[in-house]
Ligand binder design. Structure first.
Ligand code: ADP
Ligand code: MG
Length: 625
C-alpha cells in the first residue's frame, strides 16, 4: 500500500483523554480488555443476525456467525476475529475516533475515579474498545461491512492519532490485531485467553474458538428453568449482560404463558450511574425473540423510568423479523411493556415486605427513578405509591417509612395524608408548619428532596386519602383527642382580642401590599409568631422554589398567591399591636422582618441586603437607645 492511501487523523479530544486514563492509570485487572473486545464482537454478531432477518444479505451470507481468537507468541500478537456486521469507513471513524456519551463535564473525573477503584466499571462508560491499549502498544482493526463495500484498516498506538487505509479482500466482519506490550506477553498464550473467556464470557451467545477449539457452551440462561440455575450462574450472567463488575442488588426471573409468552431475567445493579454525574443512562434490558436479539438496550420494552434495570426479555410471540423502528408502536410490544412493568412493581413491593432494610438500600440508590415514574407514567402511578418512602415525624431520623405505614397509624377522623418539604429534618422540625401537628399528635411526612412535592402532587391521593402539603392555607387538622386546647392558649396566655387583631392584620396587609393576598389569624401556630401559607391548592413553597430556580415561575403566576398567618397568642404579635400606635415606623420594620422570617421558613427568597439593613435598625433599638 502506498503512503498516499493512508490517512492520518486526530482523535477527538475526549477520546485522547480516555486513552490517557486507560494507558496511564490502569495497571491491574488488565484481563478485562479481552472481555470488552469479545463483547464488542458478540454485539456485532447480534447486529448482523438481526439485520439478516430484516433484509436479504447477499454478501458473504454463508460465513458462519462466530468469534475466533488466535495467539502468536512468536510475533507477540493476539488476534480476535468476528463475522459480525462490520464497519464502513465512516463508522470506523465515528466509533473508534470519538466517544458517544462524553457529554458531561464530570465524565472523565468519574471515569478516572471508577477506573482506579474497579477497572471492571470501564465497560459501563461505553469506552470498552480503548481498553485494548492496556495490553497493546499497537492496535489494528480490519473491517468490512455486511453491505459488501470494500474494507478498511484502522491503526493506532494510542497516542494522539490514528490512521485509516483501505484493506481489500476481507470477509464480512472485524479482525482486531493487538501487538502486545512487552509486559503483556501472557495474552499471547492460549491458556491465558481460554481462562479469561471462561471467567468473563461464558454467556456469549455465539461460538468462541481459541486456536480452533470451542471454549464456551452457547446457551440462553433465561429460557432454562429456575431450579436448574445456580446462584453463580445468575451472577455471572448479570456481569455479562450488564457489563458489570459488581453483584446485583435484586434479581427477578419469571416466565409467563398468558397473556403473552415471556421469559424475563432482569437485575437491579448496586450503583446508580446517573447520580454519579454520567448523564442519562441508556436502558439496560435487551429484547429477544426466540433467543435472537431484536433490540439491544431497548427503549421500548420497559417504561423509561425503569432504565436502571439490566437483563433480557424474550418473547416468542413477537415476529422474528420485526425492525427496531417498528417496535415503538407495535401492539404486542406495548402489551409486553405493561405486563413487565406491572410484574416488576409487584416484585419490588414483595421485596420491601420481605426485607425492609434491603429495600431502603434500594430506595436510597434508585428511589429517584420510582419518583420519576410517579410523575411521568400515568399508567403505573397508582401502583408506584406503594413503593415510595419518606421520613416522617413518627420515624427515626434517617429512617424512611411507607405510605401504608402512615395510613395504618392515622388518627380517628383523619382523612388526609400530610407532608411538608424542607431542606433537612432539623429545618422542618424547627419550622412553623409542624407545630400544630406535634401538638395534636398528627403524623406528617417530611419530604426532604426538592422534587418530592411534585411527586406527591402527581400522586394526588393514596388509598383513598388526599395528599396535602402542610403549607396550604386551608388546612384543617383533626381535633386533638387528648385535650381540646386551642392554638397557643396554654403556652402564651390570652390571645390578642379579635378586633385588635383584625386591625393589626389590615394594617400589615397595607405594608406588605401585593406580596401577600391576606394577613389573617392562624388556627394552627403554637410557638412561631407568623407563617406563610399557599392559597392555591396545588402549589407548595418547595414547588415554587423549584420553578423559580428553573425560570418557569412566570407561567405559574396564579399559583404564587400566599397568605400570612399570625399567631394571636404570640407575645411578639401582641406587642406589635401596641407598638403600632406608638411608633408606626419602627413597627413597620418589624412587620417587614416578620414577613422575611416567615418567607425564609417557607424556603423562599427574600432580599437579603435590605434585610440586613433593617436588622441593624432593629438591633440598635434592642441594644437600647
Ligand atoms: P460500546 O461497546 O459500549 O459501544 P466500545 O468502546 O466498546 O463501546 O465500542 C465502540 C463502538 O465501536 C461500538 O459501539 C461499535 O459500534 C464499534 N465496534 C467495536 N468493536 C466492533 C466490532 N468488533 N465490530 C463492529 N463494530 C465494533
Ligand atoms: Mg463495548
Amino acid at each position: 500500500m502506498t503512503e498516499a492511501q493512508v490517512e492520518t487523523k486526530q482523535f477527538q479530544a475526549e477520546t485522547r483523554k480516555v486513552l490517557d486514563i486507560v494507558i496511564n492509570s490502569l495497571y491491574t485487572e488488565r484481563d478485562i480488555f479481552v472481555r470488552e473486545l469479545v463483547s464488542n464482537a458478540a454485539d456485532a454478531l447480534e447486529k448482523f443476525r438481526h439485520q439478516s432477518l430484516i433484509e436479504k444479505v447477499e454478501f458473504d451470507a454463508h460465513v458462519p456467525l462466530e468469534i475466533t481468537i488466535d495467539c502468536d507468541d512468536k510475533a507477540h500478537t493476539l488476534t480476535l476475529t468476528d463475522t459480525g456486521i462490520g464497519m464502513t469507513k465512516e463508522e470506523l471513524e465515528t466509533n473508534l475516533g470519538t466517544i458517544a456519551h462524553s457529554g458531561s463535564q464530570h465524565f472523565f473525573e468519574h471515569l478516572a475515579e471508577a477506573a482506579k477503584k474497579d477497572v471492571n466499571l470501564i465497560g459501563q462508560f461505553g469506552v470498552g474498545f480503548y481498553s485494548a491499549f492496556m495490553a497493546a502498544k499497537n492496535v489494528r482493526v480490519q473491517t468490512r461491512s455486511f453491505s459488501g463495500e470494500e474494507g478498511f484498516e484502522w491503526a493506532s498506538d494510542g497516542g494522539g492519532t490514528y490512521t485509516i487505509s483501505s484493506c481489500p479482500g476481507l470477509h464480512r466482519g472485524t479482525k482486531i490485531i493487538l501487538e502486545l506490550k512487552d509486559d503483556a506477553q501472557t495474552y499471547a498464550s492460549k491458556f491465558t485467553i481460554e481462562r479469561i473467556i471462561q471467567q468473563y464470557s461464558t454467556f456469549v451467545p455465539f461460538p468462541v474458538k481459541v486456536e480452533g477449539k470451542l471454549v464456551n457452551t452457547v446457551q440462553a440462561i433465561w429460557t432454562r428453568s429456575k431450579a436448574e440455575i445456580t446462584e453463580e450462574e445468575y451472577t455471572e450472567f448479570y456481569k455479562f449482560i450488564g457489563n458489570a463488575g459488581d453483584e446485583p442488588l435484586y434479581r427477578l426471573h419469571f416466565s409467563a404463558d398468558a397473556p403473552l409468552a415471556i421469559n424475563a431475567l432482569v437485575y437491579v445493579p448496586k450503583e446508580n450511574f446517573e447520580v454519579l454525574g454520567m448523564g442519562r443512562m441508556q436502558p439496560g434490558v435487551n429484547l429477544y425473540c426466540q433467543k435472537v436479539l431484536i433490540d439491544q438496550h431497548s427503549e421500548n420494552i420497559l417504561p423509561e423510568w425503569l432504565r436502571f434495570l439490566k437483563g433480557v426479555v424474550d418473547s416468542e410471540d413477537l415476529p422474528l423479523n420485526i425492525s427496531r423502528q417498528s417496535l415503538q408502536d407495535n401492539a404486542l410490544v406495548i402489551k409486553l411493556r405493561k405486563v413487565l412493568a406491572k410484574r416488576f412493581i409487584k416484585f419490588l413491593g414483595e421485596e420491601a415486605e420481605r426485607d425492609a432494610d434491603k429495600y431502603l438500600e434500594f430506595w436510597k440508590t434508585f428511589g429517584i427513578f420510582i419518583k420519576e415514574g410517579v410523575t411521568s407514567d400515568f399508567e403505573h402511578r397508582g401502583d408506584l405509591g406503594k413503593l415510595l418512602r419518606f421520613e416522617s415525624s413518627a420515624s427515626e431520623p434517617g429512617k424512611m417509612i411507607s405510605l401504608d405505614e402512615y395510613v395504618g397509624r392515622m388518627k380517628d377522623g383523619q382523612d388526609k395524608i400530610y407532608y411538608i418539604n424542607g431542606p433537612s429534618r432539623g429545618a422542618v422540625e424547627y419550622g412553623p408548619y409542624v407545630e400544630m401537628f406535634k401538638k395534636r399528635g398528627v403524623e406528617i411526612f417530611y419530604t426532604l428532596e426538592p422534587i418530592d412535592d411534585f411527586v406527591l402532587n402527581h400522586l394526588g391521593e393514596y388509598s383513598g386519602k388526599k395528599l396535602v402539603s402542610a403549607d396550604r392555607a386551608d388546612l384543617h387538622l383533626p381535633e386533638s383527642t387528648e385535650s381540646n386546647v386551642d392554638a397557643g392558649t396554654k403556652e402564651s396566655g390570652e390571645p390578642l382580642e379579635a378586633e385588635a387583631l383584625q386591625q393589626l392584620c389590615a394594617w400589615m396587609k397595607e405594608i406588605l401590599g401585593e406580596r401577600i393576598a391576606e394577613v389573617k389569624a392562624s388556627s394552627r401556630l403554637v410557638e412561631s409568631p407568623a407563617m406563610i401559607v399557599n392559597v392555591d391548592g396545588y402549589m407548595t413553597s418547595s414547588m415554587e422554589r423549584l420553578l423559580k430556580a428553573s425560570g418557569q415561575s412566570e407561567a405559574f403566576g396564579m399559583g404564587m398567591k400566599k397568605d400570612m398567618e399570625l399567631n394571636a397568642a404570640s407575645p411578639l404579635i401582641k406587642k406589635l399591636a401596641v407598638l403600632r400606635a406608638s411608633d408606626a415606623s419602627f413597627a413597620g420594620d418589624l412587620v417587614e422582618q416578620l414577613y422575611a422570617n416567615a418567607m425564609i421558613q417557607a424556603g423562599l427568597l427574600v432580599d437579603s441586603m435590605e434585610m440586613v439593613q433593617r436588622n441593624y435598625r432593629i438591633l440598635e433599638r434592642a441594644a437600647g437607645e
